[in-house]
Design a binder for this molecule. Structure first.
Ligand code: GLN
Length: 190
């Protein structure tokens, strides 16, 4: 299975390492042209506004086409890019997942923290860095993980978004979950 990690900026190498530990072949995607080679894509954390600048209009259009067709997992800034609605400030993106996301929602005092949340009802460590909050979950969007009352990992079909950084914890379950989504999609010919 070939998984791409968008490698324009931000935290892509930790995702690469984790996916390789789990047996995936990883392509670091620096040019949108390489999207054609992969079965699934991780959009890492970083600064969502910078991603948009670096992608440009053409890159964004290519990425939109990919996300519509193939499994994609966005973490933190990646989650912001996937959302249909972004606040604080408003920002356009891929519009792929029907959620409303508020950027930098935890304020400066607690802009980074490690907390325990629940993933598929099991406890799991979550690392938050200048994290967004998912303020609204649209119809048909499943909540896969929570922290307190907040949804922090959501999914609709083959599209996943997390407000935390699973690549920065030792636990491999979240990436394995995404790889399972990619593998199942391949099996069902999706
Ligand atoms: N605060 C960043 C943004 O708004 C996201 C932070 C992250 O990816 N760790 O894009």
């Amino acid at each position: 299975m070939k998984i791409g990690v968008l490698a324009l900026q931000g935290d892509f190498d930790a995702h690469r390492r984790r996916l390789e530990e789990l047996g995936a072949e990883v392509v670091l995607v620096k040019k949108p042209e390489r999207l054609t080679e992969i079965d699934g894509l991780v959009i890492p954390g970083g600064e969502s506004g910078t991603f948009l600048k670096l992608l440009g209009k053409d890159g964004l259009a290519k990425l939109k086409d990919f996300v519509r067709a193939k499994p994609t997992f966005g973490t933190c800034a990646g989650c912001i890019l996937l959302a249909t609605e972004v606040e604080n400030p408003k920002q356009a993106g891929l519009g792929a997942l029907d959620i409303t996301v508020r950027r930098n929602a935890y304020g400066r005092q607690i802009d980074s923290s490690i907390r325990e949340g629940r993933f598929l009802n099991e406890p799991i460590e979550m690392v938050f860095i200048r994290a967004p909050k998912i303020e609204r979950v649209g119809e048909g969007v499943e909540v896969i993980a929570t922290e307190g009352k907040d949804p922090v990992l959501v999914r609709k079909g083959k599209t996943l978004a997390a407000t935390f950084h699973p690549e920065l914890s030792d636990d491999r379950r979240i990436h394995q979950y995404f790889l399972d989504v990619v593998a199942n999609g391949k099996l069902s010919g999706e």
